[in-house]
Ligand binder design. Sequence first.
Ligand code: GLN
Length: 265
Amino acid sequence: MCRHLAYVGPSVTLASLVLEPVHSLLHQSYAPADMRGGGTINADGFGAGWYPEPGGPAARYRSARPMWSDTAFAAVAATTRSGGVLAAARSATAGMPVVETAAAPFAEGRWLFSHNGVVRGWPGAVAALAAELPVTDLVTLDAPTDSALLWALVRHRLRAGAEPGAALADVVRRVAAAAPGSRLNLLLTDGTGIWATAFDHALAVRTDERSALVASEPLDPDPGWRPVPDRHLLAAAPGTHRCTPLAVPTPDAPTRGASTTQGAR
Ligand code: GLN
């Protein structure tokens, strides 16, 4: 499973988040500490998104290579500064292609998105959910992967004016119901706030008065890191973070509607 992080706060270099901390995303790409049985290393590409101009659209660097082998990124990251960053290191799910466009962040305008996990029963389990999207969105997916479809589902809701946390929660609820056993840690930023779900994978948050940082695994031993409880939605911004339970029916306790649907398949 992938590892990801998002930051909002005073302008910092990409390297100070992605490469330099003792348990940076770079370190997590070859020595992750909390993968929960979902793979061993995160070597199937990586990406970072940031904001060249405050208030402007996001820029991205993505690669299909392991983060540790990309010296060009190290040079760019050392000199690129931003007050908003989202970065990810990918471990491809078996059967999914290792290509640059399958690496997060997925992006539109100011939105940057990442998924850490897997959609069980891909692609059939979520075919009906995908069919709710405009055909144009389906034929222009970044890549034929579960994460790219999850981004299209989130983006569709954002375009319709959904509040970011509500967009993530709705996608997790729908996908979890259609594809039980999925791991759905979603991460979204617009450069000023961070929204994320913890759904069967690790997630931690650290805020102070000026910044907010969310990561699959704490980047350093700072005692300010707090684990995000499983099956929760996180909303974070400088000086504040809030976790709310995700109302998702569990396979053990299906709702009547879900039970009927499962029985029909
Ligand atoms: N399943 C997704 C992919 O292969 C997400 C990556 C991960 O978390 N392993 O792209």
